[in-house]
Design a protein around this ligand. Structure first.
Ligand code: SF4
Length: 359
């Protein structure tokens, strides 16, 4: 085990991708080895992100009534989960909600809408919302999360001022058919590629705890590396009653930490974000997760109740970390330079155009 961790730390400090077998071995370490695993991955985290924690805040623009059948999701059509359903917050309502998150320390606001993907009318509506949020909150980053994008939509969101686009792969290609039948893994990959090719920072992550194998977990993270995601949200399944996965309680706090450590080793210099399910699955071990992830959602997110924002801020301070300031860069300089070069290329060919699929 000592040799494995030494290899993984050396590779992480050099930004080298571990092998699939090394990543699998992290998931299969035993509880006695847990703190050694956290300490090793924590060295990699500190090398690229110091002790900074980036805070993100979710604003749900539209909730529920989705026609898709993602089995983990409380917003799927016909789900009897009792969540609040509503259609499209007005731009000023969204800007007010975003301001509350920014006051709490968030530097990125994620605007989220349920549904398979936006219509062009929806993109226009979200563009107005992005403008309203940016006018009310100088310097804030805005990430849109609207589902599958059609050609040209990513460019329009970029022109409207969006900085990033989130669309999660969720699980491996091999397991994707087990969690959704109304769209395919390839559709999700295409949307992340469209976002990146339009000059948006690609954000794409996973959900652990859906009954997948260790191989599925490693494979989805390797796929996210291939897609060159800048940020990887790690969700732990919240089994909502009324959904097909409502009884899937598969995780322990220790396993959740091993999963985060595996993601950190595979994504040494990428923003790894603690996302849905952190409270229910990490429970009292949440502060240890800060040694692995360098980013988290503040307070409430999506359709589940999170800790209040102040409790998160206290946890960060107590664990010896600091909230990343608005003027501080999240990603290391080399990644920012790579993205800047890509954006220049996008500007030269026009933000509203995209590369052909296999360019
Ligand atoms: S497409 Fe999005 S909102 Fe709709 S069921 Fe799937 S995850 Fe939920």
């Amino acid at each position: 085990m000592d040799d494995l961790l030494k290899t993984l730390v050396d590779k992480g400090l050099r930004r080298e991708t571990p092998t699939r077998e090394e990543a699998l071995a992290v998931l299969r370490t035993c509880d006695d080895e847990l703190l050694d695993v956290v300490a090793a991955a924590g060295r990699v985290r500190r090398r690229w992100f110091g002790r900074r924690v980036k805070l993100n805040y979710l604003v749900n623009l539209k909730s529920g009534l989705c026609p898709e059948d993602c089995s983990y999701c409380s917003q799927r059509l016909g789900a009897d989960t009792g969540i609040l359903t509503y259609t499209w917050l007005k731009p000023q309502q969204a800007a007010d909600a975003a301001s509350a998150g920014v006051r709490g320390g968030a530097k990125r606001v994620c605007v989220v809408a349920s549904g398979r993907g936006p219509t062009d009318r929806d993109v226009a509506r979200v563009s107005e919302t992005i403008s309203a949020i940016k006018e009310s909150n100088e310097g804030v980053e805005v990430c849109a999360c609207l589902g599958l994008l059609k050609e040209g939509q990513a460019g329009r969101l970029r022109e409207a001022g969006a900085d990033a686009y989130n669309h999660n792969l969720n699980t491996s290609q091999a397991a994707y058919g087990d969690i959704c039948t109304t769209h395919e893994y390839a559709d999700r990959v295409e949307t992340v590629e469209r976002a990146r090719e339009a000059g948006l920072s690609p954000c794409s992550g996973l959900i652990a705890g859906m009954g997948e194998s260790d191989e599925d977990l490693v494979d989805v993270v390797l796929a996210l590396r291939e897609l060159d995601a800048d940020s990887v949200p790690v969700n732990f399944l919240i089994p909502f009653e009324g959904t097909p996965l409502g009884q899937e309680w598969n995780l322990t706090p220790h396993q959740a930490l091993r999963i985060l450590a595996m993601v950190r080793f595979l994504c040494p210099d990428i923003e790894v974000r603690l996302a849905g399910g952190r409270e229910v699955h990490l429970r009292s071990l949440q502060p240890l997760a800060l040694h692995l992830a360098n980013s988290m959602f503040l307070g409430d997110y999506l359709t589940s109740e999170g800790q209040a924002g102040q409790a998160d801020l206290d946890m960060i301070a107590d664990a010896g970390f600091v909230v990343e300031g608005a003027g501080e860069a999240t990603l290391p300089a080399h990644r920012r330079q790579e993205r800047a070069h890509e954006r220049v290329a996008v500007r030269l060919r026009g933000a509203g155009t995209e590369l052909p699929p296999n360019a």
